[in-house]
Design a protein around this ligand. Sequence first.
Ligand code: 48F
Length: 259
Amino acid sequence: MDEVIISRAIVESYMEDLMEVMEVDVAVVGAGPSGLVTAYYLAKKGIKAVVFERQLRVGGGMSGGGMMFNRIVLQEEGKRILDGFGVSTKEYQKGYYVADSLEAIATICSRAIEAGAKIFNLISVEDVMVRENDKITGLVLNWSAVSWSKLHVDPLTARCKVAVDATGHDAEICSIVARKIGPKLRTKTGEVMGEKSMWAERGEKEILKNTREVYPGLVVAGMTANAVFGSPRMGAIFGGMLLSGKKAAQVAIKLLQQG
Ligand code: 48F
């Protein structure tokens, strides 16, 4: 066993992928359920897609289920998406299905990679790139360890035709856009309106309408969509996250087609 061969294999193989994703069709921020589902549906269509995830692990809030009970609940439409991934669900009561959150996230992640999406953990998106026509043209990346260590180290970048903010409750990319470019999001105020208190049914209903392009070249998915448009949170029911991820992929594909 040669340790240096092991090291070279890791560095070369990683760098190959990193170089490859510096020019992509769609760059997704956040490997929670909505971001991973978005990446899967894009990659399945042969679209070059990458996901950047800040944390060591993927899954976002799905892994923790409801209050660390690692189970999630889905309604009929959400269950159908999990069926498509081959994740098992059990009917708890009519119209309520329960699934193992770890099985769900591990399977979705595996299918996304298998379909051709690239997923990078431990990389944070700290800004966006823009051009004269006010369109987002890429993401500004740094090792998560840089901000955790409170170091000042300049970032690197990746160009994309469409970016997807799937950063969850904090809507981080939209907040950056509103703060740095101005209140120009396609919301009533132009700003991130902020999520409302829990109302599962309304939250699940509104998330699909909210999943759309909010700024030229920027699509929102998952809890970010509700946070940006001021809709309620919904807790440990996850159908909306999966359906939103699927819709975000469709919106991104349409934007790519429009050029
Ligand atoms: O929070 P998260 O799971 O978002 P989601 O896909 O799903 C929300 C549900 O988990 C749950 C819920 C269900 O009703 O409300 O909360 O909308 O995943 C977001 C991921 O984005 C990462 C973060 O670490 C998490 O894994 N993330 C956040 N900001 C950044 C980021 C950033 N700036 N750069 C990279 N990753």
